[in-house]
Design a binder for this molecule. Structure first.
Ligand code: GLU
Length: 519
């Protein structure tokens, strides 16, 4: 294979024979190669993270390749989800199809494109032809029924089933169309050293000749991936353990085409808490669902980082920069990584708490809109103590695991819920008692100035004469219900600190009126 000395522009299909070398200093080139056949899976996001970390840490390149050879199952909407998901998580890619600023898909960037397999058919065709000419691959005429009959015969003979090699040396039958193109698997041991699992050895004789394409223009994954990894100068293939058994097949195709073998690292499978393979039954498998449910991208990145790896000192809460600096692929665990949503909830809370409140409030805003809660007025309402909107977010942050939960639990601060006036009565006390207690509170709070509403202490002091005279519960219960309309909520001082003087007094007055109408 001739190597051209300089990398110039993207190889044109007609003149593509040489493997364009990567730039001298590009010691590391890794890729994420998702198939757009469904919503972006959380496992793919984890693989993307580990590749991205490795590239950033090693000063290498992170490449995005869309593996859309499966024409029936690949869809543009899923491709869009790949772009949206990866960019939401902050995994910027150096080469691959780009995203325009308006979120639509843009042109490719990088010298080794095209980066969509569907646009690389002519390249694959050339290499399939090369294998056919060299006698490393052949047309196979066996039908599905033939294959099934061979399988049965082998099982009956007590042999592990594999393709029999029937068409290996066949003179092409003139009256029949070939079914597929097969690659001749030599009867040897294939060995490689995985960066995570160590030495691996496979007996290729067990594989049987593998289908690499349906026809010249329809290559299958195990073939296209080899051509792409070589032409894109991929140095390290970091992917899920589910591809471990594909590796020897890919190495054999590499050898037949004279391609170098990259380093492999197979990441542990992601498991349900009961150690079964991660499934919808236990948790969402689509990344987009977590976004929709109000998880922060920073928390997801942190969580994904812990799926199979952890920093040396067991430091659990970290950001991207920390992960880039500390990630060590050799320390990725070999055994399955348990997907624990409670851990994600905890991390999400920690990341939310660590954010400046203004930034957090901006992220929660769309969730209020989704829950049908109007916040525009509260965003501008600032009585010198930050906007009412930000105070509401800060208050509910203590009770919520996600952005969506903050919005949902803060609803009563923006829209007074309707409630039964009876709820205002403390224990078995009469409506009159509640009304009197609220009147006392109303008077004391009317006398308190606006600034006093930003201080818990000032509010408690203002209410002290009433609570001393009537008892805490007798005053604070009806007061809390008048402000929240709920039997469970933050305490009245906290609510008043968010609502401010005018709105607090308005709610108290309407509770007094409601009690009056109880008769
Ligand atoms: N398209 C394959 C997948 O989504 C990529 C596997 C690989 O990284 O080689 O699983």
């Amino acid at each position: 294979m001739e190597l051209s000395a300089v990398k110039t522009v993207a190889p044109s299909l007609a003149t593509e024979p040489a493997l364009a070398p990567a730039e001298e200093d590009e010691k590391v080139r890794v890729r994420i190669a998702p198939s757009p056949t469904g919503p972006l899976h959380i496992g793919t996001a984890r693989t993307a993270l580990f590749n991205w970390l490795f590239a950033r840490q090693q000063g290498g390149k992170f490449i995005l390749r869309i593996e859309d050879t499966d024409k029936e199952r690949s869809e543009k909407q899923y491709e869009q989800m790949i772009f949206d998901g990866l960019s939401w998580l902050g995994f910027d890619w150096d080469e691959g199809p780009t995203l325009n600023t308006d979120g639509t898909i843009g042109p490719d960037k990088g010298a080794f494109g095209p980066y969509r397999q569907s646009e690389r058919t002519a390249i694959y065709r050339k290499y399939i032809q090369e294998l056919l000419e060299k006698g490393e691959a052949y047309y196979c005429y066996c039908t599905k029924e033939d294959i099934e009959a061979q399988r049965q015969a082998m099982l009956e003979a007590g042999l592990p089933p594999r393709y029999s090699g029937h068409c290996r040396n066949l003179t092409p039958p003139p009256d029949r169309k070939p079914e597929v193109i097969r690659f001749k698997i030599p009867e040897i041991k294939v060995e490689f050293t995985d960066m995570i699992h160590g030495k691996a050895s496979f007996d290729a004789a067990l594989l049987g000749d593998q289908v690499i394409a349906k026809d010249l223009d329809t290559p299958l994954y195990n073939f296209a991936v080899v051509v792409d990894d070589a032409l894109m100068r991929i140095t390290h293939v970091i992917r899920g353990d589910d591809h471990f058994s594909n590796t020897p097949k890919q190495i054999l195709v590499q050898r037949a085409l004279g391609f170098p073998t990259p380093q492999y690292a197979h990441l542990p499978l992601i498991l349900n808490p009961d150690r079964s393979k991660m499934s919808k039954r236990f948790s969402d498998v689509a990344l987009a669902n977590y976004r929709e449910r109000g998880y922060l991208p920073d928390a997801i990145v942190n969580f994904l980082g812990l799926l199979g790896w952890h920093p040396k000192d067991d430091h659990e809460i970290f950001d991207r920069a920390f992960a880039v600096a500390n990630f060590d692929i050799a320390r990725v665990q070999k055994t399955g990584a348990i997907f624990n949503e409670e851990k994600l909830d905890w991390l999400n809370r920690e990341h939310m708490k660590a954010m400046p409140i203004g930034e957090l409030a901006a992220l929660v805003k769309p969730f209020f809109a989704k829950a049908g809660i109007e916040t525009a007025a509260a965003e501008v309402l600032d009585d010198g103590n930050g906007s009412m909107f930000e105070r509401a977010v800060a208050l509910q942050l203590a009770r919520a695991k996600t952005l969506a939960e903050i919005a949902e639990s803060a609803r009563f601060l923006f829209v007074m819920p309707s409630y039964e006036p009876k709820l205002l009565c403390w224990k078995d006390s009469a409506p009159n008692d509640a009304q009197d207690a609220l009147r006392d509170a109303q008077q004391a709070l009317t006398e308190l100035d606006q600034a006093g509403f930003s201080s818990r202490e000032a509010l408690m002091n203002a209410l002290a004469p009433a609570t001393d005279a009537r008892g805490r519960g007798a005053v604070l219960w009806p007061l809390r219900v008048s402000l929240s309309g709920q039997s469970a909520s933050p305490d009245p001082m906290e609510i008043m600190q968010v609502l401010g003087k005018t709105e607090s007094l308005r709610r108290i007055a309407s509770a007094i009126a409601a009690l009056g109408s109880m008769g």
